[in-house]
Design a protein around this ligand. Sequence first.
Ligand SMILES: Cc1cc2nc3c(=O)[nH]c(=O)nc-3n(C[C@H](O)[C@H](O)[C@H](O)COP(=O)(O)OP(=O)(O)OC[C@H]3O[C@@H](n4cnc5c(N)ncnc54)[C@H](O)[C@@H]3O)c2cc1C
Length: 315
Amino acid sequence: MTTPRTEWDVIVVGGGSAGLSAALILGRSRRRALVIDDDHPRNAVAAHMHGVLGRDHTPPLDLLAAGRAELTRYDVAVESGAVASAALVDGDEPGFEVVLDSGERHTARRMLVATGLVDELPDIPGLAEQFGRGVVLCPYCDGWEVRDRRVAVIAAATLDTFQAQLMRQLTTEVVFHTNGATLPDRARTELEARGIAIEEREVAGVDAEGGAVRGIRLADGTANPADVVFVASRPAPRNAVLRDLRARTMRHSGVDWVLVDDDGRTSVRGLYAAGNVVSAKSSVPWAMASGSQAGIAINADLIDEDVRLAVAARG
Ligand SMILES: Cc1cc2nc3c(=O)[nH]c(=O)nc-3n(C[C@H](O)[C@H](O)[C@H](O)COP(=O)(O)OP(=O)(O)OC[C@H]3O[C@@H](n4cnc5c(N)ncnc54)[C@H](O)[C@@H]3O)c2cc1C
């Protein structure tokens, strides 16, 4: 039985909440782990993160800096850079090689991809400029801060009204903008029943002044005042590395998601994925849990391999 020579037990691609949580578990299991991160976590645009126990209202980058500092206790290296490609290394046991943008190469026995996603916003003037401040996605992340304020919800193509109903829990002043689309009767009844205003005229832009959202401008020139705008993004998972390695995907709501089991195993032996690269859930605690669980599964997988190799070595 041969096994590829590798520098690392595990390479973790992506050092956000999911990747660093996995690295913490791996470091504490005396695994030699390398985290490679290009420093664009999804919530970097937000001033504070919320709903994270023990860290509520903390700047998101402070959490990641604290996580990196904790890893220095263990045999974990964190390197800045972007993984440009990945390949399988031949052998009886799984093995991986990654190439960074810089041309640097690393090999490992197992690999975890925790590269997150990019939020693609509707093409509405003024929206992207305010993203993470006056334009937000997630009522659990940013809803409390605008309780009792004037909230505009711009519908996604699916005309899903749930985001508006969630915000109605926090304020009585919610306007649901269909952006020119006609609302189905049932959705209209449900919104009206809870006192949510419906605006079916086309949206022309988001108005802001002094860095703060002032409202929604409609195509006919009407200005509808609002203090914050909620939108639904289209998630674009940063999964090129997983696709290089031919991990199986499934199309869901127009997005190709890499399939993983509850422990983050992909369809490729030895290859794991966690966090927003495999699901759009907008939650740091969930990303941490999925990374931590993947770290535990990877260590168990390596122990299985260590046992096999030890038994084979005895002859
Ligand atoms: C505006 C906004 C506000 C939010 N607020 C909250 C909040 O208040 N509370 C909350 O719980 N959640 C919040 N979220 C959700 C939160 O951002 C995500 O749930 C969380 O960041 C997911 O963690 P992750 O580790 O999966 O991905 P990320 O945090 O995105 O980390 C992925 C990392 O991988 C790196 N990477 C990607 N590709 C490569 C590559 N090829 N090579 C090397 N590195 C790579 C990225 O640069 C990044 O550093 C918010 C999201 C947004 C958009």
